[in-house]
Design a protein around this ligand. Structure first.
Ligand SMILES: CC(C)(COP(=O)(O)OP(=O)(O)OC[C@H]1O[C@@H](n2cnc3c(N)ncnc32)[C@H](O)[C@@H]1OP(=O)(O)O)[C@@H](O)C(=O)NCCC(=O)NCCS
Length: 161
C-alpha cells in the first residue's frame, strides 16, 4: 500500500486499502454501523487509516487506532483509544508499537506525531515506550470539552537510509 502523490499538494489518496473484516455476530446497531463506515470512508477519502485494536485472546475489538495524514507532506498524526474496561492490560502499548513501523513504511511517512494533553500520563507512557520523543508544548492548542487545553507534541522520525 502506497499513497498516490497529488499535484495539488492535498493529502494523497490511499488506493485499495483493505477494509476491515465484516462483523460475524448479530448485526450491530445503526450507530455502530455508521461509526464503522465513517472509519472506512477516511481511507477512501485519502484522509488516513483507521484500524480496530483487537484483543486476539478474546477475539474482540477493544479500541481504535487512527493514523491521519497531516497537511504537511509525509507527516502523519496518531490517535488511539481503548474501551475503559480493557485499559491497563498493555493493549494500547502493543497496538502503537505495532502501528509505528507499519505507518512509516506503508504510508511512506517521514514523521509520525501525536498531540497529548499534559495530564494524560497513560498516553504519554504509551508513546514513550513505542519510541516517541517529546518535543514541546503547544499552549491552548486543543479544545477539550469546549475548553482550551495545552498539548504536548511527541514524534517518531523514520530512519534515513
Ligand atoms: C491512553 C489509553 C489509550 C491507554 O490505553 P491502555 O490500553 O490502558 O494502555 P496500556 O495498558 O498499554 O498502559 C499504558 C501505560 O500507562 C500507565 N498508566 C496507567 N494508568 C496510569 C496513570 N493513572 N498514571 C500514570 N500512568 C498510568 C500504565 O502503567 C502503562 O505504563 P507502563 O507500560 O510503563 O507500565 C487509554 O487510557 C484511553 O483510551 N484513554 C482515553 C483516550 C486517550 O486518551 N487516547 C490518547 C489520546 S493522545
Amino acid at each position: 500500500m502506497k499513497p498516490t502523490p497529488t499535484a495539488s499538494g492535498s493529502p494523497p489518496r490511499i488506493p485499495g486499502y483493505p477494509r476491515a473484516r465484516r462483523f460475524r455476530r448479530r448485526s450491530p446497531p445503526a450507530e455502530a454501523t455508521s461509526f464503522i463506515h465513517r472509519q472506512w470512508d477516511r481511507a477512501d477519502r485519502g484522509e488516513g487509516v483507521s484500524q480496530a485494536v483487537v484483543d486476539v485472546a478474546r477475539d474482540q475489538a477493544v479500541g481504535l487506532l487512527w493514523v491521519g495524514l497531516r497537511p504537511q507532506r509525509r507527516v502523519g498524526g496518531l490517535g488511539y483509544w481503548i474501551v475503559p474496561e480493557t485499559r491497563g492490560s498493555g493493549l494500547a502499548t502493543a497496538a502503537v508499537r505495532l502501528a509505528v513501523p507499519w505507518a512509516l513504511e506503508a504510508l511512506d511517512l517521514q514523521r509520525l506525531e501525536a498531540w497529548v494533553e499534559p495530564d494524560n500520563l497513560p498516553s504519554q507512557r504509551v508513546l514513550r515506550s513505542a519510541g516517541f520523543h517529546e518535543e514541546g508544548r503547544l499552549r491552548s492548542f486543543l479544545t477539550v470539552a469546549g475548553r482550551p487545553s495545552d498539548a504536548l507534541v511527541f514524534s517518531v522520525i523514520r530512519p534515513r537510509h
